[in-house]
Design a protein around this ligand. Structure first.
Ligand code: DC
Length: 218
C-alpha cells in the first residue's frame, strides 16, 4: 500500500491542484487521491471555515486583526465539509479574508502539516503549487471560461437545494476571480512548472485522464 503512494522517484507523492472556483478542482482532486491512495485536502475549506467562524461572530466587514486571531486558533481537526460552508455568503467572506497576508501565513502550517503525512497527499486550492508546496511533485492548474464555471457551480448548488440564479452565480464568480487574482498576497496564478489544463470543453473523465497522463509521463 505504502509502495503504491510513492512517485516515480520512490518517495511519497504530493500533488498540487490549483485554479479558480467552479473549475472542477474538487472533483479532480478527489478522483486523483482515490486513484493513487493519497490523502486529500480541499484548502478552500480552511478559508471557508474561517469565513463561517467570522460569520457566526456577526462580522460583515472583515477586519484583519479579528480574522488573524481566529486563524491562529484553528486546527486541521476543525476542517470538514459541511453545507454551512457552501453558502454564497461564506464563500464571499472566505474570499475577502484570504486577501490578508498575515491570515494566509497563519494558515500555512496547517496545510504543510497535512501534506507531510507519510501517506502522500493531494491538496487543491489557489496557491498550493506556488506558495504552500512549491516543491510539490506534480502541479496542475485548471482553468475554464467563467460562464462554464457558473453553469457548473449552479448545478452543484441546485443539487443542494440552493438556486440563486445563473446571473448571480456568474457575478459572484467574476467578483471572486478579480479579488483572488489581484490580491498582492499569493494571487491566483499558475506555478511556472504547472501543467495548465483548460477544462471548458472537457468532461470530468477527460480531465482525469489528462491528469493521469501528465503524472505518469513526467
Ligand atoms: O475553493 P473555494 O471556492 O472553496 O475557496 C473559497 C475562497 O478561499 C476563495 O475565494 C479564495 C480562498 N482560498 C485561497 O485564497 N487560497 C486557497 N488555497 C484556497 C481558497
Amino acid at each position: 500500500m505504502v509502495e503504491e503512494n510513492k512517485n516515480f522517484y520512490g518517495y511519497m507523492m504530493i500533488i498540487a491542484i490549483d485554479g479558480p472556483s467552479g473549475v472542477g478542482k474538487g472533483t479532480l482532486s478527489r478522483r486523483v487521491a482515490q486513484h493513487y491512495g493519497l490523502l486529500h485536502l480541499d484548502t478552500g475549506l480552511i478559508y471557508r471555515t474561517l469565513g463561517l467562524l467570522l460569520h457566526k461572530e456577526g462580522m460583515k466587514a472583515v477586519e484583519e486583526e479579528a480574522a488573524l486571531k481566529i486563524a491562529k486558533s484553528m486546527t486541521l481537526r476543525q476542517i470538514a465539509e459541511s453545507p454551512d460552508l457552501r453558502t454564497q455568503e461564506v464563500a464571499s467572506l472566505a474570499s475577502r479574508v484570504s486577501v490578508f497576508p498575515s491570515v494566509r501565513s497563519a494558515l500555512l502550517d496547517m496545510q504543510r502539516e497535512f501534506a507531510s503525512s507519510d501517506k502522500g497527499a493531494v491538496l487543491d486550492g489557489r496557491d498550493v503549487g506556488t506558495i504552500v508546496l512549491p516543491e510539490a511533485d506534480f502541479k496542475i492548474f485548471l482553468m475554464a471560461r467563467p460562464e462554464v464555471r457558473a453553469h457548473r457551480r449552479l448545478k452543484e448548488l441546485r443539487e443542494k437545494g440552493i438556486d440563486p440564479g445563473l446571473g448571480e452565480v456568474l457575478r459572484e464568480i467574476l467578483v471572486r476571480d478579480r479579488r483572488d487574482s489581484t490580491r498582492t498576497a499569493a494571487p491566483l496564478k499558475p506555478a511556472e512548472d504547472a501543467y495548465i489544463l483548460d477544462t471548458s470543453d472537457l468532461t470530468a473523465d477527460e480531465v482525469f485522464q489528462k491528469t493521469l497522463s501528465f503524472v505518469e509521463k513526467k
